[in-house]
Design a protein around this ligand. Structure first.
Ligand code: GLN
Length: 491
């Protein structure tokens, strides 16, 4: 990282306002960093021309004293957000040449506030995965390495490109989407901060849909404050998404540094799973201690439905995915492979356009929704989902302000190490994160420390609906105690 790219988003914002450097200088520093980091394969599309044009406009607005809250700040956007006139693929062959005629609400909000687009980042195909290995553009390589090893590690997924880009200093912040953990898990693996907002906080309009009742957009950044700044711009009501909630967007940044005295932090005993790394257990205890040192109180709580969350998620998510992905039929978007008749064309297009994991999910989803199985699987999973939500509601009603857990059961693994034989091995990565999506709650991952091999480990805080401010306040306490973590540059 150079002098400009090593600044936090908040520092860059303040310096731009004071005209210590220009938006153009900042964007050039980031574009150079992106170019030098192609070995990470984090970007599926770089947009330098657009970045320069946007930065120039930012400089003009800053000169007139009219800069927005994100004026001139270079961001990377997960390739699941539709960007008008800029190819958007969801890292799938089936959308390889799709150029949207519209802008997603979340990205439109970012540009409205003055942010600059550096490019689109890779993700697991249609956001299905935990390692960014299912992208049709090939795996993203984490900027982190185990101490003394040159083995390539996964950045986590599905928003792996966005997380790797932030960790490697290739952007001031980035966007992700989180259906079962895809912001928090890669944030944990990459040693950065990632927040999944409450369901309904950010509009889903113009974001490629995976599982509509679980999907939620959120920010990645190197600090808690930076995430708070980004969320304020991303969030807000949107008449184009009926699940988006009409609540005022608070000044999240003001919550960073707020007192956490007297806050009650739940420690769920069911998250002590067999096979969890001992170091994670230690980190979890240390996290609880940091919060206590800051005046919070920790309470052991029980979330008995936790063990059903992952199996229920892997019914609900594929069911919704199979329905959402039915639109990719070779007629309306992207790829078309000719066939002898229309059914043959559908089949050939979908077989050629979807990767293995996506095909698996479409088949599972179609199966659990089919007549005769709907009640046994889908309806049952929806009932379990209600019970999972009630677990949390009971704790919050008992005065718990937030729940503290590890974000993932382990640190980052090597490319090719997991899931090639048994997909469940990969699904188990989401064991601590899916409950939050099933219950529609907000969750943040904040780096807590490094393991013995020098890899980052994250701590997750789960909050009450629409109380992201609590997560920023508590997250800032952990960040202050743990410090920040930057990978050694090897690329
Ligand atoms: N890893 C989970 C899955 O594969 C979650 C993905 C996500 O949050 N988009 O479904």
């Amino acid at each position: 990282m150079n002098a400009l790219t090593s600044l936090s988003l908040a520092q860059a914002r303040d310096a731009l306002r004071k005209r210590e450097f220009s938006a153009t200088e900042l964007v050039e520093a980031y574009l150079a960093a992106v170019e030098q980091a192609r070995a990470l394969n984090a970007f599926v599309l770089e947009t330098p021309d657009r970045a320069h044009a946007m930065a120039e406009k930012s400089d003009a607005r800053l000169a007139r004293g009219e800069g927005g809250p994100l004026e001139g700040l270079p961001l990377a956007i997960k390739d699941l957000f539709c960007t008008e006139g800029v190819r958007t693929t969801a890292s799938s062959r089936i959308l390889e040449n799709f150029v949207p005629a519209y802008e997603s609400t979340v990205t439109a909000n970012l540009w409205r506030d003055g942010a600059v687009l550096l490019g689109k980042t890779s993700n697991d195909e249609f956001a299905m995965g935990s390692s960014n290995e299912t992208s049709c553009f090939g795996p993203v390589i984490s900027p982190w390495r185990r101490r003394g090893s040159a083995q390539g590690l996964v950045p986590g997924g599905s928003s792996g490109g966005s997380a790797a880009a932030v960790a490697a200093g290739l952007c001031a912040g980035s966007t992700g989407t989180d259906t079962g953990g895809s912001i928090r898990q890669p944030a944990s693996f990459c040693g950065i901060v990632g927040l999944k907002p409450t369901y309904g906080r950010c509009s889903r309009w113009g974001t490629v849909a995976f599982a509509s009742s679980l999907d939620q957009a959120g920010p990645f950044a190197r600090t808690v404050r930076d995430c708070a700044i980004l969320l304020r711009s991303m969030a807000g009501n949107d008449p184009k998404d009926t699940t988006c909630v009409d609540l005022p967007v608070p000044d999240y940044e003001a919550a960073v540094g707020a007192s956490v005295k007297g806050k009650r932090i739940g420690i769920p005993k069911e998250y002590r799973v067999p096979g969890m790394a001992a170091e994670l257990e230690t980190l979890w205890e240390r996290g609880a201690q940091w919060l206590k040192d800051a005046g919070a109180e920790t309470v052991e709580i029980s979330l008995p439905m936790t063990k059903y969350a992952l199996p229920a998620y892997y019914i609900v998510a594929p069911a919704e995915a199979s329905s959402n992905l039915a639109r990719y039929d070779g007629v309306r978007y992207g790829l078309r492979v000719a066939g002898s008749d229309i059914t043959d064309m559908y089949e050939r297009t979908r077989a050629a356009g979807f990767g293995k994991e996506v095909r698996r999910r479409v088949m599972i989803g179609t199966y659990v929704l089919s007549a005769g199985y709907y009640d046994a699987y889908y309806l049952h999973a929806q009932k379990v989902r209600t019970l999972i939500k009630r677990d949390f509601e009971r704790c919050f009603a008992d005065g718990i302000d937030a729940v503290l857990t590890p974000t993932t059961p382990s640190a980052a693994f090597a490319i090719g190490e997991k899931g090639s034989v048994d997909p469940v091995e990969m699904y188990l990565n989401d064991i601590f994160t899916v409950t939050v999506n099933m219950a529609g709650l907000p969750g943040i991952s904040v780096p807590g420390g490094l393991d013995a091999q020098g890899l980052p480990l994250g701590l997750q805080l789960i909050g009450r609906p629409f109380d992201e401010e609590m997560l920023f306040a508590l997250g800032a306490v952990i960040e202050k105690a743990a410090g920040r973590f930057t990978p050694q540059r090897w690329w």
